[in-house]
Design a protein around this ligand. Structure first.
Ligand SMILES: [Zn+2]
Length: 247
């Protein structure tokens, strides 16, 4: 029903800004429509690599304002609308992104609609229903993930793990988890590998995809990550740039 391409699977300061992995976000294809979620650094290059020209995009969705999720927002909007020659596309975004001036003013007129999204609401992209999660615990930013019920797919974006938030993502076929850290860190509002058993225990997806790798997690290595997750009997997949997912 939907098809996903993970353009970027890197997270955290070092991985993003040394370009060790892309942070270009993900593409959701639905019927013949294309939604780009979180176009961070590497978004344009990732699209082109997958032979998707930005003018083929129909909408952009932002989960929160951080640069690894919005760094190429303006580039993608400009590309989607062919430099304003084609007024089109919907931008779904938390209000904070607009308030903070992350979207350049002149681009607002290029879009056919800016839809301010809020936690625990339902939005429609064509006839695809997207349900937003409760507010995540991510440094007080307006940050929330989503679930596409009809595809049984959830995107658990950046947050400190918290039972109330995780309850929203229960019992899906595919749960994509932004897991940046190796271990929990005080004052760093991210999920760590060591939190994944707790995340799994509550959400119980058929398949848990780990993405948004930070440097220490990458250095820890795939073998160690795999051993840790296998031991806990978690049905996991480790994401890589340009990976395709069929939920
Ligand atoms: Zn992030």
């Amino acid at each position: 029903m939907i098809e996903i391409i993970l353009l970027g699977t890197g997270g955290g300061r070092i991985v993003v800004f040394q370009g060790i992995r892309s942070s270009g976000g993900m593409i959701i294809k639905f019927k013949n429509k294309i939604l780009h979620v979180d176009p961070g650094p590497g978004a344009l290059k990732g699209l082109l690599k997958n032979k998707i020209y930005p003018n083929k995009l129909d909408a952009v969705w932002i989960t929160h304002k951080d640069l690894d999720h919005t760094g190429e927002l303006n580039i993608i909007i400009e590309g989607m609308t062919e430099g304003g020659f084609k007024k089109k596309g919907i931008l779904f975004t938390p209000e904070e992104v607009i308030r903070d001036g992350i979207l350049l003013d002149y681009l607002k007129d290029y879009l056919s609609e800016i839809k301010i999204i809020k936690p625990l609401n339902e939005y429609k992209f064509e006839d695809l229903k997207i349900n937003t999660s409760p507010l995540h615990n991510h440094r007080g930013t307006e940050c929330f993930g989503f679930v596409i019920k009809d595809a049984s797919f959830g995107y658990l974006v950046d947050t400190k793990p918290d039972e109330k938030i995780l309850n929203f993502y229960k019992n899906l076929d595919t749960l994509l988890v932004n897991c940046v850290l190796l271990e929990p860190k005080e004052n760093v509002y991210h999920i760590s590998l060591k939190d994944i058993p707790f995340v799994y225990e509550i959400t119980k997806p058929k398949r848990l995809i780990i993405s948004h790798f930070g440097m220490r997690l990458l250095k820890y290595g795939y073998k160690n990550i795999q051993n840790f997750l296998k031991e806990k009997n978690i049905p996991f997949v480790l994401a890589y740039d340009n990976m395709k997912i069929k939920p």
